[in-house]
Design a protein around this ligand. Structure first.
Ligand SMILES: [Zn+2]
Ligand SMILES: [Zn+2]
Length: 202
């Protein structure tokens, strides 16, 4: 089992203050969360920097990802290292991801920029049911969406500041390598978790 923060933004997102070096250091120092997915807005630059820096720390798993601003709302693709062509509709992004055997996650469906109920029309793999920056109510709605779509629910902090990192995480029952992790998420071998003492915002 490996605990992963599946939703993290670096300074390359433009609206985050998390620099790659600090991120790698904080991850290395964290005894609970041992992996992150870098999901910057519409760029893989941050991932490339984090990946390079993490090489010095053998056992950290850095998952390539991108949070794409589709016409209809945000969608996260994990397991790709190339940027899709823009602008694009959610359906086209799904085709792009499927051609590359990537994983598709609906992040914060009921927060600003979320896909909302529109997600029900989409062929995706998981729903983010615990977003550290969403309210308890928004996360509740997301959980209901996952149940309705019969999809696994995952957790990610959506951290844009260092102090938000790793506050929630996804436990993935897989070996700590990229393909095992992606396959396990797809198969629902996941559980959401949060650090003790963490309280939802309202
Ligand atoms: Zn988003
Ligand atoms: Zn995000």
């Amino acid at each position: 089992m490996i605990r992963i923060d599946l939703h993290v933004h670096t300074v390359y997102s433009g609206d985050s203050t998390i620099n790659p070096k600090l991120l790698v250091e904080l991850l290395n120092a964290n005894s609970t969360v041992r992996a992150v997915a870098i999901t910057d807005h519409d760029t893989l630059e941050g991932y490339r920097h984090v990946k390079k820096l993490a090489k010095a720390y053998g056992e950290l798993l850095i998952i390539p990802g991108i949070e794409v601003s589709t016409v209809e709302g945000h969608l996260i693709v994990l397991g790709v290292e190339e940027k899709p062509p823009y602008p694009l509709r959610a359906e086209s992004l799904i085709d792009f991801a499927r051609e590359r055997e990537a994983l598709l996650i609906v992040p914060h469906p009921y927060r600003v920029c979320g896909l909302g109920d529109f997600a029900k029309n989409l062929d995706v793999d998981a729903v983010e049911v615990l977003n550290f920056r969403a309210s308890r109510f928004e996360n509740e709605l997301a959980k209901r969406l996952a149940q309705e779509m019969n999809l696994p629910g995952i957790a990610g902090t959506d951290a844009h500041r260092p102090d938000q990192l790793f506050k929630v995480y996804t436990e993935v029952y897989a070996n700590p390598d990229l393909s095992s992790v992606l396959k396990a998420i797809k198969n629902g071998l996941v559980k959401t978790g949060d650090l003790k003492g963490y309280e939802f915002k309202y």
